[in-house]
Design a binder for this molecule. Structure first.
Ligand SMILES: [Zn+2]
Length: 228
């Protein structure tokens, strides 16, 4: 408790291990980063575990995630600090890292806009920020592809997905989103963590319901839960 409080006030160390950051390091030290488990999905964007969560259900041109949730919980710790401890800079950092990773492949070719999954306004007010938007900001910085944060809107408040089964997750988010502007030809939808993919699937369906739906839709997240 006291440590948490001290961290909040004086924190300048690695958010994962707490060690002092070296020059050039930001948010997470290089040692901790090297212990996380990268998915490398961008190198096989239509042949990976994440892609197959959407294939056959919605049109998707590629899927990638930055890190897996590892058994030791290293990545979980980062995500927890990012989402629940008022540390939006972790998301920006990981988004930028994700962008640099994607740039080493053809994954971003044809992408004209980054669309963060919207949060319900009330939820955003409580958290102080939309976590997907923070990741998209980092991604924008690395890729120079603009983020369009108002294209997708959450039109219905949903319950948290955490304790729901696969089918309950879908029922919970179906029709929760709508596209409020004409989408560009190529878009990348960004979420913080993808589990079943139900939230992203609902976003894709909202885009496809437009008169001129995008021709290229890709999805990405900084965290991928291994298949349920
Ligand atoms: Zn560390």
């Amino acid at each position: 408790m006291l440590q948490d409080l001290l961290n909040l006030v004086f924190f300048d160390g690695c958010v994962s291990c707490g060690n002092t950051l070296a020059k050039g390091e930001s948010q997470v030290c290089l040692t901790c980063l090297s212990q996380l488990e990268p998915t490398h999905f961008h190198l096989k964007q239509k042949e990976n575990d994440l892609y197959f969560r959407f294939a056959g259900k919605v049109p998707i041109a590629g899927a990638s995630g930055l890190f897996y949730f590892d058994k030791k919980g290293r990545f979980e710790k980062l995500i927890h600090a990012f989402k629940y401890k008022d540390m939006p800079e972790i998301g920006q950092f990981l988004g930028e890292y994700f962008g640099e990773t994607l740039k080493s492949s053809s994954f971003l070719e044809g992408i004209e806009a980054i669309l963060p999954v919207p949060l319900h306004p009330r939820k955003e007010l409580v958290r102080g920020y939309n976590q997907s938007e923070k990741i998209a900001e980092g991604l924008q910085l690395a890729s120079h592809i603009p983020m369009q944060k108002n294209l997708l809107k959450r039109v219905r408040k949903t319950e948290t997905q955490a304790l729901k089964s696969k089918s309950e997750r879908w029922d919970n988010v179906a029709d929760a989103f709508a596209a409020h502007q004409k989408p560009p030809k190529g878009v990348l939808i960004i979420d913080d963590v993808i589990t079943t993919g139900a939230t992203i699937e609902a976003c894709i369906r909202a885009l496809m319901a437009q008169d001129n739906p995008p021709e290229i839709i890709k999805v990405g997240s900084i965290g991928v839960r291994k298949a349920m």
